[in-house]
Design a protein around this ligand. Structure first.
Ligand code: SAM
Length: 233
């Protein structure tokens, strides 16, 4: 796994130095996956490509240097923990609504050398109403959590004005992005140019949807999850 990760990082113009830590992360995840549902991807080569390299590509889509970063719906730590292992100067918070995954991350991050990662169990739409989290982050990331209209309401309230929301989506996400335009504007965001990339060693093309926060999010958002789902903005 390590060689493949290092080669892929090099191909993307990134340092191969985190290769060993990322490979160890993949191993620990696959071991834990025997007893806890963390990933549907169990082939080590696919873990290297579809988890580690896919998430590392985000580093090419924005400048993360010394940024406060929140990963919403992080699951087994994607993309947040990959970003932290590649760029240790970020201040990372991992958020998920499934406590077992959060507990595993709280043990695993320090075992990989990432000692200052904050792991939070909770629902995004509830945490975003709390002062210690609302409009506190420079960058909010999310992969495979919800449709962009829903995701915008879950994620944009966490961002400082001037910050950026990075949503990892598939190549064919154009119509989904178009449908989210109204929500993004209402929540204080503005769409920037998307960042398309191909995962090294594969023919898989993904896109990072970038949304800049240009105004504070109105206090009435986010709404309760049932309302967000039933009546997306
Ligand atoms: N981001 C990871 C990845 O790309 O592998 C995990 C994706 S998994 C399909 C979706 C995760 O989002 C789950 O771990 C789930 O518990 C979490 N999630 C869904 N809705 C959430 C919410 N409203 N607040 C926090 N976490 C949420």
């Amino acid at each position: 796994m390590q060689e493949r990760i290092e080669a892929g990082l090099r191909e993307m113009g990134l340092s191969p130095a985190p290769g060993a830590a990322l490979a160890r992360y993949g191993q620990l995840m696959l071991e834990q996956n025997q007893v806890m549902n963390l990933t549907a991807i169990t082939d080590p080569v696919a873990v290297a490509q579809l988890h580690m390299l896919d998430c590392a590509a985000l580093l090419c889509a924005a400048d993360f240097t010394h940024k406060t970063v929140l990963d919403v719906g992080t699951g087994a730590g994607f993309p947040g923990l990959v970003l932290k292992l590649c760029q240790p100067d970020i201040q990372l918070t991992l958020l998920d609504s499934l406590d077992k995954r959060v507990q595993w991350l709280a043990q695993t991050a320090p075992a990989l050398g990432a000692t200052d990662v904050v792991c939070v169990h909770g629902r995004a739409e509830e945490l975003a109403l709390q002062r210690e989290h609302r409009e506190q982050y420079d960058i909010v990331t999310s992969r495979a959590v919800a449709d962009l209209r829903v995701l915008a309401e879950l994620c944009l309230p966490f961002l400082k004005v001037g910050g950026v929301f990075l949503a990892m989506k598939g190549r064919d996400s154009g119509p989904e992005v178009d449908r989210a335009g109204r929500a993004i504007t209402l929540l204080g965001g503005r769409l920037q140019t998307a960042y398309p990339y191909q995962i090294p060693g594969t023919d898989v093309t993904h896109k990072v949807i970038r949304v800049e926060k240009i105004r504070p999010t109105p206090e009435r958002y986010p709404r309760r999850f049932a309302k967000i789902k039933k009546d997306p903005l």
